[in-house]
Design a protein. Structure first.
Lengths: 41, 644
């Protein structure tokens, strides 16, 4: 496979990993975030 | 003036620790293995911290636990630092890395670090408010200093435990008062961050190392325990020093460095029972190397020398060095401090409250996921856990560790030790709360992060890694800001220490009243453990789950026995939870409360004062509108002539 394609696939996978893990993490603090939003708005 | 003395005492104690550490490093000829001046200072501080805690045990048990001893020890260490001060000047010795121009990322990270330290300072100059800290981390040193000696506290989990680090709390308290104590907690919390920085700096640029240090310092578990009296983050100091010396020992094949690594591991042993697992983990790694037996013997001997004191102390008083574990396991005969019946109850209570997961291979494997994403909430991996960072960098680190050139001893040893520790800890049947893994968490960071950075550089993945760090910092800094609101409210208002405690500690108003109003010669029995630090009068903690001297279990129903045990302890007054003028509010299904009710009706316990207080679910989340429960405490006087 073209090395450039491999590189972009790896990069995309890691970006995806960061996004998914982070989204799950933020989701696990739902109650805190809801409370924070309630205070801010 | 009080503030100046507190700051001076804290500084002198810190310098004294560095001095003592430098002396020990000289003794073991270890200075030559350290190139960088900041790394030298951090490692000297770690070793000195343990030495000071170790030395203070002896004046403690000899009954000379006096301020002049603490001042003398700090001063001696500081003076001992002077002849070798050239070692701490960057560039004069070794191959210390000279400062270079600071990048804009470096400036941003420095700003983040200043922000973090500033928010830590808010906690450092506020009175203590954390429950465990008030219950024993600060309460025991206060009691020892007041008594002028160290005495045995016959209480499981929070009394008959290794107290090496608490000796340094006593030193801070006795020399500079409560402010020095909280400042000392802050400084020792920072020490772990500094060690993470210097150990990462061996392999990484200043910016990457600084980023890792800020990520570590804002880890939820560090925010939770760093500025209070919790021991975990302070144990991380010993863990990092021990691993640093172990790695250095392999580089220089030096037995004296193995001994130094053993001393640091032994200090963890002397500070917390989990040190036993850590010593075993490092010992196993050492034994697995070539010439491991000799090196292991040196390591083990040094660890035992540094950590034996409190195990011997426990054994002398209870016959069990890790009270009450062996007592329960071996079914020792009943003593005044423990009974088989209570041991059974204790084991069941701990299992119910602390063992969240079955100890299966599957749960062991998925524990990090369950904790990091707060799926099993009772692991407390959310607000007091280890954060997300290790998981974010995991793919890069795994990819890096697959390459032979990145599988270096400096990364593999910390990871192997952390892996063994976690495995033994998980299957040992002890508490499964994530924050107890904090001492070994930095090992995961210094093992994975440099590898992740190297592989990110090679695979052009620096930008997603930088974004992962930025996201982590954003969340963790936000968490710290919320955590600090409570302390900022105290510092930037006219709130007094008493008002702060009343706002943050359930029952604090009753404790303040008892300090002022109880008659001379009174001794107070109380059940709310958080009040141990606040009650300034003779008192006894009638904890329902961890002591047997006054049986206060929910199932205890023998009023005659309760009164006899209380009188044996010399109690004249009791502080109990609940509104006893309104019997409907008392949970009648609990035999202990039914018994108290009978004693109240009999006139054996005469109510002398009621206090409205709050049950606080989370001090941090109160600023976000978290709800408190209104409750009542009652102070009773014991009327022996009307008792059964």
């Amino acid at each position: 496979m073209n090395p450039l394609v491999v590189h972009w696939l790896i990069a995309l996978s890691f970006w995806l990993w960061v996004a998914v893990i982070f989204a799950f993490y933020i989701g696990s603090f739902g109650s805190v975030i809801r409370a924070l939003l309630a205070v801010l708005f | 003036m009080t503030i100046l003395i507190a700051v001076f005492a804290t500084l002198l104690l810190a310098l004294g620790c560095i001095g003592w550490g430098s002396l020990v490093l000289s003794l073991f000829r270890a200075h030559e293995y350290i190139d960088d001046a900041v790394e030298r200072a951090a490692l000297c501080f770690a070793v000195g911290l343990g030495v000071v805690g170790w030395v203070l045990f002896y004046p403690g048990i000899a009954g000379v636990f006096r301020p002049e001893v603490f001042w003398g020890l700090s001063l001696f260490g500081t003076i001992a630092l002077l002849p070798g001060i050239h070692r701490f000047r960057r560039g004069i010795t070794g191959t210390g890395k000279s400062p270079t121009n600071i990048s804009w990322i470096g400036i941003c990270l420095c700003a983040a670090l200043v922000l973090v330290l500033g928010m830590d300072l808010l906690e450092g100059i506020s009175p203590p408010a954390d429950a465990d800290t008030l219950a024993y981390h600060f309460a025991l040193p206060k009691d020892f200093v007041d008594a002028g000696r160290v005495f045995f506290v016959p209480r499981a989990l929070s009394g008959a435990i290794p107290l090496l680090f608490h000796m340094t709390f006593a030193a801070a308290l006795a020399t500079g008062g409560e402010l020095a104590l909280t400042l000392w907690a802050m400084v020792t919390g920072w020490a772990a961050g500094l060690l993470v920085f210097v150990l990462a700096r061996r392999h990484l640029s200043r910016d990457w190392s600084l980023a890792l240090a800020v990520v570590f310092l804002t880890t939820p578990a560090v925010l939770y325990g760093g500025g209070s009296g919790h021991i975990e983050v302070r144990c991380a100091v010993f863990v990092l020093a021990s691993v640093a010396f172990t790695c250095a020992a392999y580089r220089g094949v030096s037995l004296s460095l193995f001994a130094l690594a053993g001393l640091c591991a032994g200090f963890y042993l002397g500070a917390k029972f989990y040190g036993l697992i850590f010593v075993g983990s490092v010992g196993l790694v050492v034994l697995c190397h070539r010439d491991g037996l000799r090196q292991g013997l040196v390591f083990g001997g040094a660890a035992i020398l540094a950590g034996f004191q409190w195990y011997l102390w426990n054994w002398m008083h209870t016959g069990d060095p890790i009270f009450p574990t062996i007592t329960n396991l071996m079914q020792f005969p009943d003593t005044q401090f423990w009974t088989r019946d209570f041991g059974l109850y204790f084991t069941e209570t701990i299992a119910k409250g602390e063992l969240v997961l079955d100890r299966s291979l599957l749960n062991w494997a998925i524990y990090p996921v369950l904790s990091i994403f707060n799926i099993a909430e009772r692991l407390e991996g959310g607000r007091t856990g280890l954060g997300i960072f290790s998981l974010l960098i995991l793919p890069l680190a795994v990819a890096g560790l697959c390459r032979a050139d990145l599988r270096r001893r400096e990364y593999i040893i910390p990871l192997a030790i952390a892996f063994i520790f976690f495995t033994v800890w998980f299957f040992s049947g002890t508490t499964q709360r994530t924050r107890h893994l904090l001492p070994i968490y930095p090992l995961v960071l210094i093992g994975l992060f440099p590898v992740a950075v190297f592989i990110a550089g090679r695979a052009s993945l620096v930008s997603p890694l930088a974004v992962a760090i930025a996201l982590t910092l954003a969340v963790q800094l936000g968490g710290q800001a919320i955590f600090s609101v409570n302390y900022a409210r105290h510092i930037f208002s006219a709130e007094t220490r008493v008002q702060f405690h009343v706002r943050n500690v359930p029952g604090a108003n009753a404790a303040q009243w008892s300090n002022r109003q109880l008659p001379p010669g009174a001794k107070l029995g109380f059940m709310n453990r958080q009040l141990a630090y606040l009650i300034q009068r003779p008192a006894y903690m009638m904890h329902p789950h961890i002591q047997v001297i006054i049986d206060s279990r929910p199932t205890a129903s023998d009023g005659r026995k309760f009164i006899a045990q209380s009188q044996k302890q010399g109690l004249t007054h009791f502080m109990l939870h609940g509104d006893w003028q309104n019997p409907g509010s008392i949970p009648e299904q609990v035999p202990f409360f039914r018994m108290i009710h009978r004693l109240v009706n009999m006139g054996c316990l005469r109510q002398i004062r009621r206090f409205d207080t709050v049950q606080i679910n989370s001090r941090t989340l109160r600023s976000l509108g978290g709800s408190d429960t209104q409750t009542t405490d009652t102070v009773f006087e014991l009327m022996p002539q009307r008792c059964p």
